[in-house]
Design a protein. Structure first.
Ligand code: SF4
Length: 400
């Protein structure tokens, strides 16, 4: 037998009408609140993004700006809903990123510890041996990582034939462990991209970092278009693209919009969109920067989820500076991959045990191989959309 309790704070002398309202202190079998459903706060752009059933690459910057500037509470709710339409919200891809060649880079990226132009105290190294990299990948796999990323601090791959040969061995070795393999090696041409594809490479990381307008204040030795040319080579070789940005480079909110617009209007959306929060490195031009506000990080993730609904959104550098509750808000807003392990390139990283404990507390779990973009393509081609929410909570019903 159900018992209706009087709501806390509802005096007994007042008429108590449990059938008209729902209170948290009632054992509820009262009908739901008959109030009309909330109205979408902004115009049709937001509603369209909220109702998306497939990615689109014809976004205008103004449209993305409208989404980005939606009140945050509405934006994150919409992102969370769209996230459930395209992904299982409990599944977080665990990746480990290893620096396979540290420092000595000729570029002048003003946030980077590995540029030879800044005195950051980092000692340059040669390319790691294939065996040592594969041993690190094995450890990462044992700890639950399903993607192993390898980064080398180079401007480009010109004249690096032997290094490329060794990197291809690393890629083959990582793939033979049943893991996804990603590399970031600077600029590559079409031929190098094809070689990496033939070796089995899953994804190539090449961040655009920020908006086209803000970019020249951050890097002068490589143009935005050169970055896009590498991304094009990677896409044309049939390798997944991992490209995203760094927040906290002294940019303005419209630069977050510009960053998302760049990747959202590529011929195909990137498989992966990393969101980094700057970790200021002493000795670099941005070494004294103050931290990016968390609401800007959250807003960027939520906007990216709505604009890039199928893409894996990767909570990358700077996660170790976020309290667990903030990380969970990011997952709620659509982030579904993390870097985990001992280190992330030259910056600190949340360890496997810490992440496992967080997953346990919040009902999260590592993404399985068949849930990744790569895995879905391998097993079922363009699999039909999985719906992870009840019929009654479809966008149309919520924002009728
Ligand atoms: S290209 Fe990469 S390694 Fe080189 S300075 Fe820029 S971010 Fe650092």
């Amino acid at each position: 037998m159900r018992v209706l309790l009087r709501p806390v704070g509802c005096p007994p002398s007042r008429a108590f009408t449990p059938r008209l309202s729902r209170c948290f202190s009632t054992v509820v079998d009262a009908p739901p609140n008959p109030a009309p459903p909330p109205k979408a706060p902004s115009g049709s752009v937001f509603q369209d993004a909220f109702g998306a059933v497939a990615p689109r690459t014809n976004w205008t910057r103004d449209e993305i700006s409208q989404v980005y500037n939606t009140p945050l509470i509405e934006l994150t709710f919409a992102a969370s809903t769209v996230h459930r339409r395209f992904h299982n919200p409990a599944a977080i891809q665990m990746c480990t990123l290893m620096n396979i060649k540290t420092g000595g880079c000729s570029e002048d990226c003003s946030y980077c510890a590995q540029s030879s132009r800044y005195d950051t105290g980092l000692k340059a190294t040669k390319l790691s041996s294939v065996d040592s990299v594969l041993e690190a990948a094995r450890i990462a796999k044992e700890n639950g990582s399903s993607r192993f990323c390898m980064g080398a601090a180079w401007r480009d791959m010109r004249g690096r034939k032997t290094n490329l040969k060794n990197i291809k061995e690393m890629v083959k070795g990582v793939r033979s462990l049943g893991m996804e393999a990603c590399v970031t090696l600077g600029m590559i041409d079409a031929e190098q991209a094809k070689e990496l594809k033939d070796a089995g490479l899953t994804a190539y990381n090449h961040n655009v970092d920020t908006s086209r307008e803000h970019y020249p204040t951050v890097i002068t030795t490589r143009s935005y278009d050169e970055r896009l040319a590498t991304i094009k080579n990677v896409q044309q070789a049939g390798i997944h693209v991992c490209t995203g940005g760094i927040l906290g480079l002294g940019e303005r909110p419209q630069d977050h919009v510009g960053l998302i617009h760049t990747v959202a209007t590529l011929p195909a959306h990137p498989e992966s969109f990393p969101v980094n929060a700057l970790v200021p490195i002493k000795g670099t031009p941005l070494g004294e920067s103050s931290a990016i506000a968390f609401d800007a990080v959250l807003r960027t993730i939520a906007t990216a989820r709505l604009v890039l609904p199928k893409t894996i959104i990767r909570l990358a550098a700077g996660r170790h500076t976020m309290r667990e509750e903030k990380q969970i808000l990011c997952f709620q807003a659509g982030a579904n991959a993390i870097f985990t392990g001992e280190k992330m390139l030259t910056t600190a990283c949340n360890g496997w045990e810490e992440d496992k404990a967080m997953f346990e507390r919040w009902g999260l779990r590592p993404m399985t191989q068949d849930e990744t973009v790569q895995g879905q393509q391998e097993t079922a081609g363009e699999k039909k959309l999985e719906m992870h929410f009840d019929e009654g909570t479809t966008p149309k019903n919520v924002y009728a």
